[in-house]
Ligand binder design. Structure first.
Ligand code: ZN
Length: 476
């Protein structure tokens, strides 16, 4: 018999060394591997399957909002970036540039897209002629590249996968409303599909997207208390429309400038899942996006009828649309339990001769490690119910954990102590940039999001009257 749990020994202690725990988990569960070029990652099939499930669900929701998919080129003329002043300044340090093609120096250097506002803006300018062409809503699923100095798989890599939606509207009101619609789509997706509660709202001017009028964010608390910006929706006003000449003939026959938006989430979401739900045994995956929702482990597999019963159960669950796998390898059951626990499969079913005789199976939940006896008749419905409970309970557990770690502070010392203890800290802010900078310098925490609808008396830094309440946290 193998040791009690050899897999756990391969993973650093989540409480003692969270960063090492994360690295161990992503590598040992075969989600990713490092690419040969520093800062790049290979997404392995187990990780890519999570991304595909994310894509499938979000894609359908975008389409319900009238967004259509398209594809734009990877290479963008460098001159495009200089058209919007803030945008070029924001992205210049991380743009990778192609200067040679076909063995010859290029007349104009080409950027590898760090984002596609510029090229999509230039195409919209061509495609939009009259108010009848609006709103225009396009999205692309693609890779982007940002040259990063320090990288971590899924959280920050030079190349990553994402979707970027870009829309153009006739009025500011409509564009702003759509920005918030997409933020709502994201929030609902995070909570119901990834079981990750998020704080949503506006970013400060300092933290907003380069070139945007307003950036709305989703901030999720990871198990170490740090925040992960999990997705953003930007209202661009007319900044890009002016820079790229996105104009249309209005109903009155007057030439008007459009209003644009953009919104995106990336493979970073996989990092969010890992760090929101993972535990000392490894991954804990929410059923909705888990590549495998259920694993069947035969007990006393050589005994007559066991494998046959397991296969029949597998077929029944598959037929009901459950993503299930039957582990027929010759490893011991204990080994298999630990391996599938590490890989975060939501439900493990144990089926042996005695269970079969009694007409039941043992179901072990990955989230709570709780084991229950479940009747074999109508098994698919019972497993579906269990998966639904797990999905719901994972969100509630994450929400409870997060809410217990949102605290208030009235001065710099309070903010520092709060973030040191792994909390999100809400504090009053006068609205000036100096105070925001000072907090970052002294606490390494940043303004994550406005806490809308809340009020505090004074700014935690300067003591003047507070105009807003800000959620501060250290962040990935
Ligand atoms: Zn202040």
């Amino acid at each position: 018999m193998a040791k009690e749990n050899q897999f756990v020994e391969q993973i650093a202690d989540i409480n003692a060394d969270f960063p090492q725990w994360y690295t161990d988990v992503v590598l040992k569960t075969k989600l990713v591997d490092y690419g040969p070029v520093k800062g790049t990652m290979v997404i392995r099939p187990y990780g890519y399957a999570i991304w595909e499930n994310i894509q499938k669900i979000l894609d359908a929701r975008f389409k319900e909002c009238g967004v259509e998919n398209a594809y734009f080129p990877l290479l963008i003329p460098m001159s495009y970036f200089t058209k919007e002043a803030e945008h070029v300044e924001g992205f210049a340090p991380e743009v990778a540039v192609v200067t040679v093609g076909g063995g010859e120096e290029l007349a104009e250097p080409l950027a590898i897209r760090p984002t596609s506002e510029t090229i999509i803006g230039s195409m919209m300018s061509k495609w939009i002629q009259s108010y009848r062409d609006l709103p225009m809503k396009v999205n692309q699923w693609c890779n982007v590249m940002r040259w990063e100095k320090t990288t971590r798989p899924f959280l920050r890599t030079s190349e990553f996968l994402w979707q970027e939606g870009h829309t153009a509207h006739a009025t500011a009101e409509e564009a702003e409303a759509f920005t918030l619609t997409m933020l709502g789509v994201y929030k609902e997706f995070m909570e119901t599909c990834l079981a990750i509660p998020v704080l949503t709202g506006r970013k400060t001017e300092k933290e907003r997207f380069a070139g945007a009028v307003a950036t709305y964010t989703m901030e999720a608390m990871m198990k170490d208390g740090k925040s992960l910006q999990s997705g953003t929706s930007h209202y661009m006003g007319q900044n890009f429309a002016k820079a790229f000449d996105i104009r249309f003939l209005g109903g009155e026959g007057v030439l008007e400038t459009a209003y644009t938006t953009s919104f995106g989430v990336s493979t970073r979401l996989i990092g969010a899942i890992i760090m929101t739900h993972g535990d000392e045994r490894g991954l804990v995956l929410p059923p909705v996006v888990a590549p495998m929702q259920c694993v069947i482990v035969p007990i006393a597999a050589r005994k007559e009828g066991v494998i046959e019963a397991c296969e029949a159960l597998e077929a029944e669950l598959k037929k009901a649309g459950i993503r299930v796998t039957l582990d027929k390898s010759d490893n011991s059951p204990g080994w298999k339990f630990n391996e599938w626990e590490m890989k975060g499969v939501p439900v493990r079913i144990e089926l042996g001769p005695r269970d079969i005789e009694a007409g039941k199976m043992i179901c072990a939940r990955r989230d709570t490690l709780e084991k229950t006896e479940v009747a074999l008749d109508n098994a698919a419905e019972r497993v579906k119910d269990l998966l639904a409970s797990i999905q719901k309970d994972m969100l509630e557990a994450a929400r409870k954990r997060r809410d217990e770690r949102i605290v208030y502070a009235d001065d710099m010392a309070g903010i520092l102590a709060g973030v040191e203890a792994g909390n999100f800290v809400k504090a009053g802010w006068c609205g000036c940039r100096e105070c925001e900078d000072k907090i970052k310098e002294e606490t390494a925490a940043t303004a994550r999001v406005f806490a809308e609808g809340e009020s505090r008396e004074t700014c935690a830094v300067c003591g003047k009257k507070a105009e807003h309440v800000i959620v501060y946290a250290r962040a990935y």
